[in-house]
Design a protein around this ligand. Structure first.
Ligand code: GRG
Length: 305
């Protein structure tokens, strides 16, 4: 794998600093956007905040803010959109962990939402986070190239029944069945890549990016999103639950189709590298101004949790 300017080990761009700063700003903004824990009914706001502030990596907001920076935009303009995608991501995890779905006890190193608040409140906390996402996104400003409607449509499409939900449906229905690499890619495109790609595109749109920049960001987000899920599949079989902060080995136990189970670990790593190379190639259009996106793509490829 070639070295890129956003390298976490060498080069001028300090990804650790970028991630620490973006996580801190996103946490602060989310805290402002969400009703306080004491707001009635307090149980639901406690439950929403419990999962939202449980220590997620904040990768979707990070790529959103990084894409805005690559297009010359500001953090302030991108922030409502970055927070909206994190709310949607968190809702999907809360619902995915429910007994009716993946039935998991741990997420982000803590007990899952339903284990703490009960299934009814966990369902409602997920629903409320999804709705909250649209309320926050509505606070973003529209641009000459991208109206308010465009921004809201972007989020609705990525999280709706043709993308995120479609991926989850295919995942549920595929359990225990023989799955081809093509079917697996269909699932990964929707379950994981759609929201990551949407996060990157929203960052560009918040900066009123050109159509050519949006195309480059879409290619980047699509490939990084797929690589992210291949790595997630690899980590599920190579890491411990303690390291991941969620139950490891679940895919094998649930007889889920994954890249390692279909093509093996070595080939899976190769595929993740190839997808990341494609993502890097898309960034050429930014002529060195997308160091944060490059750094994030490399970080996501090399992550161990
Ligand atoms: C229930 C509508 C609905 C959808 C569920 C998100 C999802 C679809 C399922 C969760 C399991 C899974 C493997 C999803 C793919 C996306 C993914 C790898 C999520 C984990 O994202 P991270 O690693 O998590 O960014 P943190 O906790 O760091 O935010």
């Amino acid at each position: 794998m070639k070295k890129h300017s956003g390298s976490t080990t060498k080069g001028s761009f300090d990804l650790e600093k970028f991630l620490a700063a973006s996580t801190a700003s996103v946490n602060k903004a989310l805290d402002t956007f969400l009703p306080s824990e004491k707001t009635k009914p307090a149980t639901i706001h406690k439950a929403m905040r419990y999962s939202l502030f449980a220590g997620g990596k904040r990768m979707r907001p990070a790529v959103c803010l990084a894409a805005a920076a690559a297009c010359g935009g500001s953090e302030a303009d991108a922030m409502p959109l970055a927070c909206a995608v994190e709310c949607i991501h968190t809702y999907s995890l809360v619902h995915d962990d429910l007994p009716a779905m993946d039935n998991d006890d741990y997420r982000r190193g803590k007990l899952t939402n339903h284990k703490v608040f009960g299934e009814g409140i966990a369902v409602l906390a997920g629903d409320a986070l999804l709705t909250q996402a649209f309320e926050i996104a509505a606070k973003a400003k529209g641009w000459p190239r991208y109206s308010h409607q465009d921004l809201i449509l972007e989020i609705a499409r990525a999280s709706g029944s043709l993308q995120l939900i479609a991926g989850q449906v295919a995942d549920l229905e595929g359990e225990g069945k023989k799955t081809s690499v093509e079917q697996l890619r269909y699932i990964h495109e929707r379950k994981t890549s759609a929201l990551l790609c949407c996060s990157v595109r929203l960052g560009g749109m918040s900066a009123n990016c050109t159509p050519a920049q949006l195309k480059a960001l879409t290619d980047f987000g699509y490939n990084v999103g797929l690589a992210f899920q291949v790595i997630d599949d690899i980590l599920d079989v190579t890491q411990t639950s303690e390291q991941l902060g969620k139950t490891a080995g679940k895919d094998t136990k649930a007889q889920k189709a994954t890249y390692p189970s279909i093509v093996g670990l070595d080939k899976s790593r190769k595929i993740a590298e190839q997808l990341t190379e494609k993502a890097f190639a898309a960034l050429k259009a930014f002529k060195g101004k997308a160091a944060a996106l490059e750094g994030l793509a490399e970080f996501l490829l090399k992550r161990d949790k």
